[in-house]
Design a protein. Sequence first.
Length: 316
Amino acid sequence: MKKIISNKYQKIATDLIEKINKQPIGFRTIFSNEYFKELDVSLIYNSLVKRNQIDAIIKLATSNRNKKRNISNVTKPNTILTAKKQKTESVKKEINLSNQPLRNFKQYTNYTHIDLSNCEKATLNNWLEPFENVKNINLSGCRQITDVGLAYLTNVREINLAQCKQITDVGLALLTQVIMINLTCCYQITDVGLAKLPKSVTSINLTWCEKITDAGLAYLTSVTSINLTWCKKITNAGLAHLTKVTKINLNTCSNITNNGLAYLKSVIEISLRWCDKITDDGLNNLENLQKIDLRNTKISKQKRKELKQKGINVIG
């Protein structure tokens, strides 16, 4: 039975939790560990006060874990060092710096997932140099970033460039390892840029990339997820290149007709909002359909009912 925490410690624990919640995601993750959950909160607090470092917390967790496993020598140096190393490495994997003032990012060199969204008050280009090994980065809303900054991200696998309006086709050529990319509102991107993306790309968001045409989609034959909202130049011919797609958003693609849907036999999820040329018959081409958004379309109530009876998730 755990000791009952006094009023004094209840306040201390509350203050501690509030401080923890203000820390980066990686630091907070430590406290979700099952062994920390079983520790008296007052013990955690006292250790922090006395040692003022994460080593004390790791030692407590390691000790508690070893007791559960009936390990007699709970103070074995190698055990503690191993736990410290594992915790330190896990903390370094992910960090959220969105909406924060720019700082020296060199301390985050070993992180693999970085969120820098909405850092728009200064040019980020030179600040990205420490992230040469990052695998996943969110730069959405960083309106000052240019192609120069992307030169430091040649190893990135997933990147969000939504509203990075200065990014051009030249910058896309630098992302040689990317598999997932969000280019929402990157107005300067053209078919030339899509041609420069690696064949490894499987997911792409081209919302409001109004310069994209059917010719550009010919370079995306490996894509399985694509968002073409407001890409009004796309026609049925462009969809012929997307035979591997399982998830697609065609909102406001007013040139798409029933014949275009015939190319999307692998699709399981589709959004057709404001596609006013699509009729009931066109939906029969979607053989593997599981979810569909039909808001602001001309699809009949009877057809919607029919789809629902087949177990399809119908929105609208």
